[in-house]
Design a protein around this ligand. Structure first.
Ligand code: PPS
Length: 284
């Protein structure tokens, strides 16, 4: 059954969002040793999480093959995730889709390391259109045309892509921030994993690196029930309608957008992103 969004300060969220984001912002204490993956939904969050989990285990896949991803790398903005983060001891690793203005204040004065993944927003739109149809804790799109408009207006989970990316890109240049793109991961997975492990200060042997790479292919993650979200409870997701590991390609938007939609998207992109240089990847 379709649900609606929850609105806070003009931003729409899934109904699983913490009721009190203000307390999270004021009271959560980020630690210098924390590692956080931050992203706009459908950017490749789970891919980066898997890579970092495997870097942390130096390529040993037993952890990613035995513990579900939302317990390995909990969500900061859900009460379930927040409780797990509080129980994590050293070297906490968690994740968030929150826009920058909702993030815990202590984070900005800490040395916590953040990996922010960006993706071509056209592919994000397509990925979200398919995924949100199956999610029971947010508003479900009923047509691609309708969802296209919602996306441009920012009436989608976690708000406008343009505002999210524009907000977080202000952190560019800080040494505890790494911006990486879905497209560069696709183009050169080995170089990207090396870049992430270097950022995290973990030196991998050639064998360990090979094992990370082997376990983060699209097929390996699709086949891993601990990573593909197939074990999410039916109360959250209708697994007959969509799956996380859908296509995993660059440029699927070209199979969905009409010429008119492509032109309309470009126009909004130019307007909203004027003056904001793209991250390490193409945003357009
Ligand atoms: S979520 O629900 O917001 O956390 O989704 P997120 O993980 O950010 O994004 C899901 C998309 O990432 C693709 N994905 C991958 N692509 C290539 N290789 C690997 N290993 C991989 N893992 C996840 C996934 O297929 C979703 O993209 P689409 O375009 O829908 O296939």
């Amino acid at each position: 059954m379709a649900r609606d969004h929850v609105w806070m300060e003009g931003i729409s969220f899934p109904t699983t969002i913490l009721g009190d984001l203000k307390s999270l912002q004021d009271e959560f204490v980020a630690r210098d040793e924390d590692v956080i993956v931050i992203s706009y939904p459908k950017s490749g969050t789970n891919w980066i999480k898997e890579i970092i989990n495997l870097i942390r285990t130096r390529g040993d896949p037993s952890w990613v093959q035995s513990v579900v991803s939302w317990e390995r790398t909990p969500w900061l903005e859900s009460s379930f995730g927040l409780e797990l983060i509080k129980k994590q001891k050293d070297a906490r690793f968690y994740t968030s889709h929150l826009p920058v203005q909702f993030f815990p204040k202590t984070f900005f004065t800490s040395k916590a390391k953040c990996v922010y993944i960006v993706r071509n927003p056209r592919d994000i739109l397509v990925s979200g259109y398919h995924f949100w149809k199956a999610v029971k804790v947010t508003k479900n799109p009923d047509s691609f045309e309708g969802y296209f408009e919602w996306f441009l207006q920012g009436n989608v989970p976690f708000g406008s892509w343009f505002d999210h990316v524009g907000g977080w890109l202000q952190m560019r240049g800080k040494e505890n921030f790494l911006f990486i793109s879905y497209e560069e991961l696709h183009q050169d997975r080995r170089a990207s994993v090396e870049k992430i492990s270097q950022f995290l200060g973990t030196k991998l042997s050639p064998e360990q690196l090979d094992s990370v790479l082997k376990n983060v292919t699209f097929q390996a993650m699709k086949d891993n029930n601990m990573s593909n979200l197939s074990l999410l409870p039916d109360t959250l997701m209708d697994h007959s309608k969509a799956c996380l590991m859908r296509k995993g390609i660059v440029g699927d938007w070209e199979n969905h957008f009409t010429v008119a939609q492509s032109e309309a998207f470009d126009k909004v992109y130019q307007e909203k992103m004027a003056g904001i240089p793209p991250a390490s990847s193409r945003g357009s």
